[in-house]
Write a protein that binds this ligand. Structure first.
Ligand code: MN
Length: 298
């Protein structure tokens, strides 16, 4: 059974103590297993306090981030590559202290619109760093999820097959692809096939609508997404991600282009998302079982 999660931005913008208590307790109250916390600066998180709240509530946290231009490990610039490796090591250490199972996001390049395609030397540099930090993550029992995002947020991984190629270059069982239905809806020719292509390399999944609001109130073909997950027997986390100007502040709001208020009530949104995810998981399981029930009389 997949662990279901919720991105912290459904509840809070920052991660002060009051934010942490509210977000962790609400996430647990709605029956989610995981809260995903943005950790662009893991040193700014109060790890010990957060770990206590998670223990009390009986849920786990994962950390996510995107690198920036100054820490871009795909840049080919030695100083930036070193800065990126240091950032990744910091977030892995924080995740280890938090008891997290996954660190995910744009861990292989800057989280930005690029003006040029990536270079072979840049990719090779990113592979070298991810191989080292992947081994470090394994020592903490952590899986790294390389999030495949749309062309406006990176120039390296825009499709699942590119993710498979990068994972193969790194060659570690705990460095996997992280897919997100919002991004797939922009870039993949066939979302179900993309999930099948990711196959055993898929390690993390973000479920999000085309406008990043309520699931089902957009154009993502969710039955095909969940059919794809069922076809590969995906058993990893599925985390709901949604952003509204009600909660998200800068710099994330600027990078992601969150200009509109898609919802006011995060609790209603999250409750609906959980029902939606469970219904689609069950429908896909039943659909997969259908051929077995369709045998002609012998
Ligand atoms: Mn995502």
């Amino acid at each position: 059974m997949n662990k279901l999660g919720l991105h912290a931005n459904v509840w809070v913008r920052d991660w002060g103590r009051d934010d942490c208590v509210l977000a962790v307790n609400k996430t647990a109250e709605l029956g989610f297993d995981i809260i995903e916390i943005s950790a662009p600066d893991p040193k700014a998180l109060d790890i010990a306090f957060t770990a206590r709240q998670l223990d009390k509530a009986g849920i786990r946290a994962n950390l996510s981030l995107g690198l920036d231009a100054e820490s871009d490990i795909s840049s080919g610039d030695p100083a930036r590559v070193r800065a990126g490796e240091a950032r990744l090591r910091d977030v892995i250490a924080a995740a280890g202290d938090l008891g997290a199972s996954h660190v995910c996001g744009i861990l292989y390049s800057a989280f930005q619109k690029y003006a040029e395609p990536p270079t072979a030397a840049g990719i090779a540099g990113a592979v070298e760093v991810l191989s080292r930090v992947g081994e470090e993550a394994a020592r903490h029992g952590i899986t790294l999820g390389l999030e495949v995002v749309n062309r406006y947020e990176t120039n390296v991984l825009n499709t699942a097959v590119q993710g498979v190629e990068l994972c193969r270059m790194i060659g570690l069982p705990n460095v996997r692809i992280h897919l997100d239905s919002y991004h797939m809806n922009i870039e993949e020719a066939d979302m179900e096939l993309a999930i099948v292509d990711a196959g055993e390399h898929l390690g993390y999944f973000h479920i999000g609508e085309s406008n990043r609001g309520y699931l089902g109130a957009g154009s993502v073909d969710f039955p095909r997404i969940f059919n794809g997950l069922a076809r590969i027997d995906y058993s990893g986390p599925i985390v709901f991600e949604s952003f509204s100007s009600t909660v998200v502040g800068q710099p994330l709001c600027g990078i992601l282009g969150i200009w509109r208020n898609l919802w006011d009530d995060g609790e209603d949104l999250a409750r609906h998302a959980k029902t939606f995810m469970l219904a689609h998981l069950q429908a896909a399981r039943e659909g997969k079982a259908e051929p077995r029930r369709s045998a002609l009389p012998a």
